[in-house]
Write a protein that binds this ligand. Structure first.
Ligand code: FAD
Length: 295
């Protein structure tokens, strides 16, 4: 019955140096973090891969959370639940809200930060929020016997469809860094289950600073998991020059500008998703208005 299935070789490095030696020797090995995404794929069992699996579970140096007065650093093997539990006092609220939307408590124990950001073809919740928080990721790149280290902003790790775009070299995400100077208004929302209904789902993260009645440092990311990872400098800067409350007609015109931009740049987004995205965007601007009127 099990003829033809053989166990893959599992490498278990304990340190970064051991990982480096392993990946340089077995460049086609599958990097395994929590395994939740890998195991959800058809034919995940690496029977064809000659180089086996590299399990990151023993690498304690990438399981740490540290903080100083300017930023928090989170190791790539920190799990979503560990981050929620330990990071309660140090994390931006929008990041906590995002982590709470990931699957169930049990699955969150398994999902890692590195695994969430490095899924090759699909963008999900954590990438969306970390992109607007200006987080950066430290990568080790491996090629022709050499190891190099680069910091890459999370917002630039992906192409416009949201696919991981790090080039052809093997890469290991080791930690992320999030600055502590973020906006005082934020919103995170998801429509439809991103795993079961990926083609209908929209994930939206937004943050801004409010000083008296003016809006500044607006950043947002609208994510259509398999189709578009959209950030717009143009619309961000239009919003960043507005005074609160924003006139309803302006909210309406700017939301249609966003739709026009999405249509032009990403032809595969459906009308349903576009309308969902537009409503999510408008609703955040109305929420900003109502907060401004309360103060
Ligand atoms: C039932 C269920 C529901 C879920 N619901 C949601 C949801 O609602 N929203 C959401 O956003 N997510 C959700 N997820 C999580 C998401 O789909 C992924 O499964 C998860 O983020 C992957 O994390 P992991 O640590 O298990 O990664 P793995 O599956 O181990 O790896 C994922 C990919 O990243 C690569 N990789 C892992 N770590 C590194 C690293 N340090 N450097 C370089 N490459 C690396 C692996 O090689 C692989 O290609 C859900 C998952 C499950 C199982």
């Amino acid at each position: 019955m099990y003829e033809g299935i053989r166990s893959p070789v599992i490498h278990t490095p304990k340190t970064q140096n051991e990982f480096n030696t392993t990946i340089l020797r077995y460049p086609n090995a599958q990097i395994w973090a929590g395994g939740t995404y890998i195991m959800s794929q058809k034919e995940y069992y690496p029977s064809d891969s000659k180089d086996g699996i590299i399990d990151l579970g023993g690498m304690d140096e990438i399981k740490k959370i540290t903080r100083n007065d300017r930023f928090v650093e989170i190791g790539s093997m920190v799990s979503a639940s560990q981050l929620l539990y330990t990071g309660k006092l140090v994390l931006p609220e929008i990041l906590q809200e995002t982590l709470e939307t990931l699957a169930s408590q049990i699955v969150r124990r398994q999902i890692t930060i590195g695994g969430s950001l490095c899924i090759p073809g699909v963008r999900l919740a954590l990438s969306t929020t970390l992109a607007i928080l200006d987080a950066s990721a430290e990568f080790k790149f491996f090629q022709e016997g050499r190891v190099s280290t680069h910091w890459i902003p999370v917002a630039r790790m992906y192409d416009k469809e949201g696919k991981l775009a790090l080039g052809s070299e093997r890469a290991l995400l080791t930690r992320i860094r999030i600055g502590l100077d973020y906006g005082d208004f934020h919103s995170f929302d998801t429509v439809e289950d991103p795993i079961r209904n990926m083609d209908k789902c929209v994930i939206f993260a937004f943050q801004a600073k409010r000083t008296q009645n003016s809006l500044s440092k607006v950043q947002f990311c609208m994510n259509f998991p398999t189709k578009a990872f959209h950030m717009s400098k143009d619309i961000e800067s239009k919003l960043s020059s507005l005074t609160l409350p924003i006139r309803p007609e302006r909210i309406n015109t700017i939301s249609y500008e966003l739709v026009a931009e999405l249509r032009k740049q990403h032809s595969t987004i459906t009308e349903l998703q576009l309308e969902r995205g537009r409503r999510m965007f408008e609703s955040v601007l109305h929420e900003l208005n109502s907060k401004a009127l309360q103060t």
